[in-house]
Design a protein around this ligand. Structure first.
Ligand SMILES: [Fe+2]
Length: 369
């Protein structure tokens, strides 16, 4: 009995109501009744009937008001409402249709028609319920799959980026075995990119592409790369070729990050005044990522010990950087560097104590790989 469809009969005419109730009970439906609009509405929210047989003329909210409230409420609008009207009420039928009535029954009520109307309304309601359930189920499944996919994508991205970083580190391993230079200069580059107005995804691209700037060093022999003294002209030419070797290693990639890394590898030793290498590009002929990495790479090199030099103290380093404004460095990028010097020094201090952190903002002030 509990599973039988529930019908709410609302009619202020007790005899009419009883007649319908007896008829429908005979067909096995469960019945609840109301003789006024207010009671009908409270029964609707309390019992969620499948079908409402609704009379128009009723005290305490008429049939139109009840109909409007049922159809405007998100949780009850799926209930099938069959309006019971007199033959003369054409306008009333039009109004009821506008308010969302699903079907009509004429007075005096015919038993056969009543049975047929209720049967089709119950069928429609059950079909709608099934559809709603299926849609909800489908939405939940889509949500779950989307989450799984985005998690898998994040994992894949993390692994690819870490692999890129570790390959870049392999190239640096002979002359700088801790990888700290890459951590520092890539984070400096991301900070400078932010200062130059790059949006988050471009800052992230620079962060991950810039560690590959010297990947071409893999092709430079130890006798040159690790030479403690000054390089002669021939050795220097070989040393300079690390830009072209790097670009060759990275060329023809379909990844945006690796494409950017190719540009950076090729152009990070170009100088603003055109005296850099390998091409001798000048000013804005040098792609902006190359101009950014030039600043962060030189700053970190000046602050570090290399086979051929000691680390410069900070005031001497900054004086050399300033002297390079408009000569070695893009003046605008250098101005941004000085305006963000606090953050640059913060990164310098923090590197070495960093670990890979889950879910951290990839372009925060300091980023670990
Ligand atoms: Fe380089």
């Amino acid at each position: 009995m509990e599973n039988q469809p529930l019908i709410l009969i609302t009619d202020d005419d007790i005899w009419q109501q009883k007649l319908i109730e007896v008829t429908l009970s005979g067909f096995g439906y469960r019945i609840i009744t109301a003789t006024d609009g207010e009671t009908a509405l409270s029964l609707v929210t309390q019992h969620m009937p499948d079908v409402i047989l609704l009379d128009i003329q009723m005290p305490r909210k008429n049939g139109f008001e009840v109909l409007a409230e049922v159809k405007q409420n998100e949780t009850t609008k799926g209930i099938q409402v069959v309006m019971v009207t007199g033959t003369e009420e054409k306008e009333a039928r039009a109004k009821a249709l506008e308010l969302g009535a699903d079907d009509f029954l004429m007075k005096p009520i015919d038993r056969v028609l009543l049975k047929a109307r209720i049967q089709s309304s119950v069928k429609l309601k059950s079909y709608n319920d099934h559809l709603k359930f299926y849609q909800k189920h489908l939405e939940a499944e889509v949500d779950q799959k989307t989450q799984q996919l985005s998690h898998a994508f994040e994992q894949l991205k993390k692994v690819s980026l870490e692999t890129i970083y570790r390959l870049a580190r392999a190239a640096e391993y002979r002359d700088e075995d801790t990888g700290d230079h890459l951590l520092r200069m890539s984070n400096y580059s991301a900070v400078l990119a932010e200062g130059m107005g790059f949006d988050k995804s471009k800052r992230e691209a620079i962060l991950y592409a810039s560690p590959m700037h010297d990947v071409g060093k893999i092709g430079i022999p130890d006798r040159i790369l690790l030479k403690p003294g000054r390089l002669d002209l021939e050795e220097w030419d070989i040393m300079k070729s690390h830009t072209i070797i790097g670009a060759k290693i990275l060329e023809k990639s379909s990844s945006d990050i690796v494409q950017l890394a190719e540009v950076i590898a090729l152009t990070h030793h170009e100088k603003w005044d055109g005296s850099g290498y390998p091409v001798g590009l000048k000013e804005k002929e040098i792609p902006l990522p190359g101009r950014i990495v030039a600043v962060s790479d030189v700053f970190d090199a000046l602050q570090s010990i290399r086979p051929y030099k000691k680390a410069f103290p900070i005031d001497e380093t900054l004086a050399i950087m300033t002297a390079g404004r408009g000569v070695h460095f893009d003046p605008e990028v250098l101005d941004v560097f000085f305006s963000l010097l606090d953050r640059i020094l913060e990164i310098q201090k923090a590197v070495g104590t960093l670990e890979i952190k889950e879910n951290q903002d990839l372009v925060g002030p300091v980023i670990a790989f």
